[in-house]
Design a protein around this ligand. Structure first.
Ligand code: ADP
Length: 606
């Protein structure tokens, strides 16, 4: 378990496969349709059934109309026939079609409301369950972004294309059967030119997808720049530095890059298909007229009515069918992304059990740990060994880029070492079930999340509210005044975009600390507080944190030394190696480097 399960050479084929032969994409498309069906079985079956029935109405009407013409003709010839029955049959078919429409609307709405969100929810969940190191691979990251950004629209596209496929292919097949009833040769005349056209539509759909695929980066940059214009933080800088023209210019460049290529692909696809369609129509009608006029196939007036109707219907349907197949070609690329994504191992899937005995304080032991970020060559953690006794407050200090945050992420089990082991007690951290790990550890990262939710949600999520615990962390994180001043107390929404309030960097930091404290974990870590804080405010944040984590194992990280006096022990990290290790007093006495750094920085704290 402790070696990386998804190295680049193992993930690459998955990414390649998604770049993929057409048959595998089509299989992925069918698989995705089945996923939608299993998310909402009843509405889906109903929706499909109605689609098929509606499709059958078209050939039924053609068939009934031929009998109607026949009956009218017979009647006009003075013989006995009753056209009324056929007229009634046609009217009933029309009425049936109308009555089915509300059922179709209901089932479609149910799939949109429940089926699509169910699949989207699984995608979101998987995005948080996959190995964090995978996100370091650019190609994988692109897939994740594409899925996250396009899931909603693409899933609708998948469903719509399927709807069009059913809605056009069923009546088309029905019409073909009716023609076959008159003569099989006519079917060949119709189908032979249609088949390559449909295959071409599928291929062109694939090209459109590939164009979208290649544009992920440009589209993302364009989207990012556009979003700056409505972002409160950027609004100040854009105005102050007069950045608007420059940003609009850059947005245009990236936006146009995506549009230009897409326009080319879509125009080419459309031109090829329309030209092909025109040839196919000319050929089919030519054969039809020849067959009728030459007497090659024997036809009467009713046959001719049916044939004309069928050919016209097929002309329209095949046009729509081409578009549906083009869309299937396009969305099958998305489907194979999704299939690949959901097939990845859920390394961070949460299992429910958390036994209390496991929450006892245990030592953390790192044995010869090495780590290099995927896709890079520099060792960020280099043969590092360290034992953190239970309950210790450890400060990890070192220059920016020394590897402190990386070391923390390894200790928390977010990354796996390339070699070496990290043990909690006597167990490798990677072998501990995720739910248990989540219960054992909490951390405040430099870039912690700011949820646009109430203050209370920001602290307690995802646990249940426990007022005693909540009051404790509010006090320890010194949030009391903030809660009192907030218009709706703990219920105040922390997002000015949603009509709530905005907090300063330091206030947010305290919320994040309260969130970590509320989890009641036995290992707590605080990564360098936001750089916007001055050294004294930073020390205050560390103090709050030390208070909240007083009876647990605590790891504090900073490139400043101000907080080291709060720690039982300090390790100095340089280029991924520990160069100094001891208490503040020991290091001051014994190591020139630490003492020198302390002297240099200590004037900040006086
Ligand atoms: P510190 O926390 O001490 O400032 P970090 O652990 O953040 O250092 O980074 C250590 C080194 O690893 C730096 O050289 C940094 O550029 C590199 N690094 C950090 N994150 C990544 C990443 N996701 N991909 C590649 N390199 C990274």
């Amino acid at each position: 378990m402790s070696s990386a399960p998804y190295t680049l050479d193992r993930i690459q084929p998955l990414l390649e496969e998604e770049r993929r032969p057409l048959p595998s994409r089509i299989r992925a498309y069918s698989w995705l349709i089945l996923q939608l069906r299993s998310a909402t079985p009843l509405p889906f079956t109903c929706w499909l059934g109605v689609g098929v029935l509606q499709g059958l109405m078209v050939p039924f009407q053609l068939w009934a109309s031929s009998h109607l013409v026949n009956a009218v003709q017979t009647r006009m010839d003075g013989q006995d026939a009753n056209p009324w029955w056929w007229a009634l049959a046609m009217a009933s078919a029309l009425a049936g079609g109308r009555l089915l429409a509300p059922m179709k609307n209901w089932s479609e709405a149910a799939i949109y409301e429940r089926g699509l969100p169910a699949v989207e929810g699984r995608l979101l969940a998987r995005a948080t369950e996959v190995d964090l190191a995978l996100l370091e691979y650019q190609a994988f990251y692109e897939v994740t972004r594409r899925i996250a950004e396009q899931a909603d629209q693409s899933l609708k596209g998948v469903l719509k294309a399927f709807n069009e496929l059913i809605g056009n292919s069923i009546p088309l097949l029905g019409a073909v059967l009716i023609i076959a009833h008159i003569d099989w040769l006519l079917v060949l005349a119709l189908f032979l030119p249609l088949l390559p056209l449909l295959a071409e539509a599928l291929r062109q759909g694939g090209f459109v997808w590939e164009a979208l695929h290649q544009q992920t980066r440009d589209r993302r940059i364009a989207h990012y720049i556009a979003s700056r214009f409505s972002d409160r933080q950027s609004a100040k800088e854009i105005r102050l530095f007069g950045l608007a023209d420059e940003l609009i210019g850059r947005w245009e460049t990236h936006f146009m890059a995506t549009r230009k290529e897409m326009r080319g692909k879509v125009t080419r696809a459309s031109l090829r298909l329309q030209l092909g369609g025109t040839f196919s129509d000319i050929f089919s009608y030519g054969v039809l007229i020849w067959v009728i006029t030459s007497g090659f196939v024997e036809t009467n007036a009713a046959d001719i009515t049916v044939l004309m109707g069928a050919f016209m219907t097929i002309g329209n349907l095949s046009f729509n069918l081409q578009q549906a197949i083009l869309d299937i070609g396009k969305y099958s690329g998305f489907a194979s992304d999704v299939r690949m994504f959901l097939a990845l191992p859920a390394v961070f899937a949460t299992d429910k059990v958390t036994s209390l005995s496991e929450r006892l304080l245990t030592p953390i032991v790192l044995e010869h740990v090495n780590f290099t970020y995927p896709g890079t060559t520099t060792k960020v953690i280099d043969d590092l060994s360290l034992t953190i006794p239970p309950g210790q407050t450890l400060a990890i200090v070192g220059e920016n880029g020394a590897g402190k945050t990386t070391l923390l992420k390894l200790i928390l089990g977010l990354y796996r070492p390339d070699s070496g082991r990290i043990l909690l007690g006597d167990r490798d951290i990677q072998d501990i079930p995720v739910a248990e790990r989540q219960a054992l550890m909490a951390a405040v990262f430099q870039t912690f999340s700011r949820y646009p939710e109430s203050m209370i949600e920001n602290i307690t999520m995802p646990r249940n509210r426990d007022d005693v615990e909540l009051n404790r962390v509010i006090q320890e994180a010194d949030l009391g005044h903030m809660v009192e001043d907030a218009p709706e107390g703990l219920k105040t929404i922390l997002s000015p975009d949603l009509g709530g309030i905005d907090l300063s960097g330091g206030q947010w930091q305290r919320i994040a600390i309260a969130r970590a404290g509320y989890r009641n974990a036995t290992i707590l870590a605080l990564d360098e507080p936001t750089a916007a804080l001055d050294p004294l405010a930073e020390v205050d944040i560390f103090k709050r944190f030390a208070q909240i984590s007083s009876d647990r194992t605590t790891i504090l990280i900073s490139h400043r030394l101000g907080m080291t006096r709060l720690a039982d022990r300090i390790v100095v990290l340089e280029h991924g190696k520990i160069t100094e290790d001891g208490s503040h007093n020991e290091l001051m006495r014994n190591t020139a480097h630490y003492a020198e750094l302390w002297e240099m920085q200590s004037r900040w704290y006086r």
